[in-house]
Design a protein around this ligand. Structure first.
Ligand SMILES: Nc1ncnc2c1ncn2[C@@H]1O[C@H](COP(=O)(O)OP(=O)(O)OP(=O)(O)O)[C@@H](O)[C@H]1O
Ligand SMILES: [Mg+2]
Length: 133
């Protein structure tokens, strides 16, 4: 399976759309219901951050099929303000919005790989991967 699809995040409802599409992709790859829920939750958190802090952006899904490993890659991209406190956002409880600050640390725990790039005034890109085992 080789495909990539993206969901634009513009309105609050798009968070739900991204979550559903991601769960669908995960199911087709072969993830069980528990991992589908983990992946869907991670997508929700990334999409909600785009909506809240960047305004607009997109979430792209890709089915990974390496020699003997299948997985899902999820990339959340926006050209919002970027994250000033990049070194702090991975600590539980760090929030600039009065949120729980549990979103990004939670995403990291739910997935196998987590990469974040952010440039002030340019935007943020977060890539996460979960492998099927
Ligand atoms: N896409 C983004 N663009 C700009 N800033 C972001 C983005 N995503 C996260 N941030 C910043 O990182 C902080 C931490 O994000 P995180 O999702 O961990 O917590 P939160 O959104 O504040 O609270 P919670 O997700 O628990 O409701 C946010 O408060 C915000 O300042
Ligand atoms: Mg959040």
């Amino acid at each position: 399976m080789e495909f990539q699809s993206c969901v634009n995040i513009k309105k609050e409802w798009d968070i739900v759309g991204a979550r559903q599409l991601g769960r669908d992709v995960a199911r087709k790859i072969g993830f069980g219901t528990v991992d589908q829920a983990r992946i869907a939750t991670a997508i929700s958190e990334l999409a909600r951050n785009i909506y809240l802090y960047a305004g607009t952006g997109k979430i792209c899904f890709e089915a990974l099929d390496d020699m003997n490993q299948k997985g899902i890659s999820i990339v959340a991209v926006d050209d919002g303000p970027g994250i000033e406190e990049l070194s702090q956002v991975m600590e539980d409880g760090f929030s600039t919005s009065g949120g729980l600050g549990a979103g990004l640390p939670g995403v990291k725990r739910l997935m196998d790989e987590f990469d974040i790039h952010s440039d002030l005034g340019q935007g943020t890109e977060i890539k996460v991967v979960k492998w099927l085992r």
